[in-house]
Design a binder for this molecule. Structure first.
Ligand SMILES: [Zn+2]
Length: 279
């Protein structure tokens, strides 16, 4: 396994000083094939949360004889699953914004392919600080198979990459930046991996990962930022400003605080798919 990391100090975060650093990281592994699209990186955990939350809430409301420790554990699990619902919805909102503001840029990444023409999924997640895997405000994480030097891989499977973003008003700009990196790295994975290994091993180079002057992924990251900003300005001129991302998050949080999903009711035995025989 080989790992690639790139960083750049040219963004302001509204929350703390670490946010001045943008990162893109690539790790090299191997795995399975999926079709290329921009996807919500919380999808799988969201489905689990959607199914489990109403059951846990009902258990908390109706169970008798629970110890205080059991109640606390149940509440912690409910809170955890609620957070997944919230971040899934926020990610959906941010992706919808990008699609509306910069449809061409969005569609390009929606059709991202590797050097062999194979579609590559881009899994995007808005995440909380406790979930960060690397100490940067934005990170692209991908891998390369030792068997297939051109195939990208991430935790979501073969032919996929992951992008993690801290929640902030600059999330879309940072996402555009990461898309710029990926638009170069994915179709040039084999050669970029070699370039990365050669240039970014030293500690001093790590502070500039992805952004040495001749690094084409860094050049494209900056171009994608400019494209997004140009699209953003014309969108605002035509349609007005969108609500802030932080206020959208607060609204989503309010909504899920009172969200009550219907308890799944199993079908009657005669409607179920299983074959039933009787004596
Ligand atoms: Zn970068």
């Amino acid at each position: 396994m080989v790992s690639i990391t790139c960083t750049v100090n040219h963004h302001r975060d509204i929350r703390n000083s670490c946010s001045r650093i943008l990162l893109c990281t690539a790790l090299l592994f191997f795995s399975i094939y999926v079709y290329g699209k921009i996807r919500n990186g919380h999808e799988v955990r969201f489905r689990h949360a959607q199914d489990s939350l109403p059951i846990l809430k009902q258990r908390l409301a109706t169970a008798v004889g629970l110890t205080s420790l059991e109640k606390r554990d149940l509440k912690a699990r409910i809170a955890n699953l609620s957070e997944i619902m919230i971040y899934h919805e926020l990610t959906r909102d941010v992706l919808d914004r990008l699609k509306a503001i910069s449809p061409r840029l969005y569609n390009e990444m929606d059709e991202l392919k590797d050097r062999m023409g194979r579609p590559t999924d881009v899994y995007v997640r808005l995440i909380s600080m406790r979930e960060i895997r690397v100490p940067f405000v934005a990170a692209s994480i991908l891998s390369r198979s030792v068997r297939d030097r051109d195939a990208a891989w991430s935790e979501h499977g073969l032919h996929s990459v992951a992008v993690d973003l801290w929640v902030s008003e600059r999330a879309l700009l940072r996402l555009s930046h990461e898309f710029g990196h990926l638009s170069y790295i994915v179709p040039n994975l084999a050669s970029y991996s070699e370039y990365y290994r050669k240039h970014y091993r030293s500690v001093t180079a790590r502070n500039r990962i992805g952004h040495l002057s001749e690094d084409k992924s860094g050049q494209l990251a900056k171009i994608f930022e400019k494209r997004y900003m140009a699209d953003y300005r014309s969108y605002v001129a035509q349609s007005g400003r969108l609500p802030s991302i932080l206020s959208a998050m607060a609204e989503i949080r309010r909504y899920y605080r009172h969200w009550q999903a219907p308890i799944p009711v199993p079908p009657a035995w005669y409607d179920a798919d299983e074959i039933t025989t009787t004596r």
